[in-house]
Every structure is written in structure tokens, then in C-alpha cells.
Design a protein around this ligand. Sequence first.
Ligand code: NAD
Ligand code: UD1
Length: 339
Amino acid sequence: MRVLLAGGAGYIGAHTAVALIEAGHDVLVVDDLSNSSAQAIARVEQITGADVPLLIADVRDEEAVAAFVRTHAPVDAVINFAGLKAVGESVAEPVRYYDVNLGAAIVLLKVMKTEGIRTIVFSSSATVYGDPEHLPLSEESRTGIDLANPYGKTKRIIEEILRDAATADAQLQAVSLRYFNPVGAHESGLIGEDPTGTPNNLMPYVARVAVGSLDRVGIFGDDYDTPDGTGQRDYIHVVDLAAGHVAALEHAGPGYDVFNLGTGVPVSVLELIAAFERAAGRELPRQILPRRAGDVAASYCDPSKAQRDLGWTAARTIDDAARDSWNWQSRNPNGYAGD
Ligand code: NAD
Ligand code: UD1
């Protein structure tokens, strides 16, 4: 298969590029590099030995994307990673979030139509479940448009756009993958998560503390109704997540479908910090802070649908993710900017 990765220079896209190439597929990438570096694609080429064509463009530039696809025809499938993903920023700049995230998805569907591409896989998020009514979360769990932030709403709306598009076009194969909490890095240490500024997410924050560029880990609340009082999440190793995209593409059939991609194992903030301390071989300073607005106590999935229908399960543990994240962070203390 030849697969267009929109937003493929980003954290999850670069790991998925490696997984696809290693599974025998070809990839090409369109990315405006607004939250990534062309260096990530150079590193993908270094890991795999493959050539990865990169179009540096906004994916909403329909003509440019269509021309790129025609140059590399036949393209069989699209994975849509492209978009903005900072929850707090989406509250402050909702129109920009709707513009970029919905615009990217709609333009990709239009290009697929004109260029005869039938398969699309979309990066959705566990955030579409909002505050869970029951755990673990299955694909049938309640989702809403009454979500706390515009970022989550864009994910939910794009899911519905894909469902409608597949209803209207019997040949379309559309899959939403609801990622739980992606963490870790490729075991080579050549690609990994490289957030700009201070990380919002827990593991990259802990990694920066371990490497000495941040003072201490702030723990957002220790009074949740969880075994140790800190928030529980379903941390999925990004290499397992990448394999989930390969499985989704290889098993896609006509119509619309949705899958949770997670481990099913809840891990607390304290447990994640402990795993990172084992990986880095040192104690990490920490401080209990108030709860962060909008956080839920616990979120983890029932991954059995992906296991049954895609033959996919997460194989890696939180210790594997901490080891690989530490390997990436310690080899690249300044991320791709160090090159
Ligand atoms: P990322 O920011 O590293 O990757 C997104 C990529 O899209 C970046 O390379 C960015 O430059 C590119 N991009 C953004 N707007 C673009 C545009 N208009 N045109 C072309 N390229 C554009 O993020 P990621 O962590 O790899 O996430 C990938 C996708 O998965 C996103 O859609 C995100 O919302 C979703 N997701 C991520 C997480 C997570 O925790 N990382 C969790 C759930 C869902
Ligand atoms: C956050 C987003 C979610 C998004 C996901 C992936 C919010 C409210 N939610 O989810 O929409 O899909 O990232 O990008 O922003 N924590 C600390 N200290 C820190 C950072 C986090 O204690 O410095 C705690 C949090 O309270 C939470 C856990 O660590 O219990 C994980 O946090 P994070 O990595 O930000 O992910 P989510 O909150 O699950």
C-alpha cells in the first residue's frame, strides 16, 4: 500500500511512518512543520533506509496536496494526523482550532474523492468520552459534543463527518482511532516527542525533569478517588500505537468504524514517575499541586474490539515507555533542534 500521512512529521506520524515502512508499505508525508521538524522525516529515513517524500504545505491547500498525490500515484490510503492539539489553547482560540482541524479533515476527504483514494484513518482521542460514566471505556461508551474544550469537539465532529461520508459513499473505508495517552519513543532513540515550550503532558514533563531542564514534577492533585489519590490514565507506547495504524489500514473494510487504542491498564501519576525513576536511575523531585481544571480522575479503555477485529494488542509496558522516553530525551536533550 502507498499511504499519505498528513501531519506525518509529528510525534505519532513519524512513528507510524516507521511501522508502515517496516510492514512493507510506502509512505509520503504532507506537513506544514507548524509543530514538528523536517529532521523527524530524515530520522525516519535513517531508521528504515527508505525514501520518504515530504511536501511542506498546509494540508488545507487542496491543489498542492492533490498535485503531490498525483505525482506519487497510485496512493491507496490517507492517515490524518494533521491538526492542533493543545487543549488549553483550543479554549483560548476556538475558531483557529475549528478552522485547522475541521479544514484539514474536509480537504483530505475532497482530495481523496478527486484522486480516487478510498481509505482514511483518523487520529481521534479518548477525550471524546469526556468524564467517563463507567470504566473501562468501550467504543459504545457515551461520547458527547458537550465536551469541555473545542479540541475535543473537533475530534468528535470529524468522527461524525467521516461517518456521514462513509454512509454516502459505499466505497469509502473510514476508521477513527481513539488514542488513549501516547507515550515513549522509538527504541533507536532517533525519533520521539519534541513538544515546543514547556510540556503539558505528564511523561514529556517528567522526562524534562529527569534530564535537568525542569526543576520538579508538579502532581496535579493527590485527593482523587483512585488507589493512591493521583490521576489514572491508560498510557500507550507510541510504537504499539503506530502498529495499531498498520492493523487498521490492513483490516479496513467498507463503511465507518471506530476503535479504542490503549492498553486497558490504569497507571497513576505516582506509578509513572516511579517507572521513570527506574529508567533514569535517579529520584525525581516532585511537588503536590492543586488539581488541574478539566482533568478526570481516571480514564482507561477496554481494548478488546481492536484485538478482535484488527488482531492488535499493546505489547509494551509503562516501564518500556519510560525506558524509551528516557533514551530519546537523554540522547536529544534539545529534541530535533540539537541537530
Ligand atoms: P503533533 O503535533 O506532533 O503532530 C501533528 C502534525 O501535524 C505536526 O507535525 C504539525 O506540524 C502538523 N500540522 C498541524 N497542522 C497542520 C496543517 N494545517 N497542515 C499540515 N500539517 C499540519 O501531534 P501528535 O501527538 O503526533 O498527534 C497526532 C494526532 O493525534 C493529532 O491530530 C492529535 O490531536 C491526535 N492525538 C494526539 C494525542 C497525544 O497525546 N499526542 C492523543 C490523542 C489524539
Ligand atoms: C490531556 C488532555 C487531553 C488530550 C491528552 C493527550 C487535558 C485536560 N486533557 O489528557 O484532552 O487528549 O492530554 O494530549 O489537558 N499530570 C500531572 N502533572 C503534569 C501533567 C499531568 O500531575 O505536569 C497528571 C494529570 O493530572 C493526569 C495525568 O498526569 O492525571 C496525565 O496528564 P496528561 O499527560 O496531560 O494527559 P491527560 O490529562 O489524560
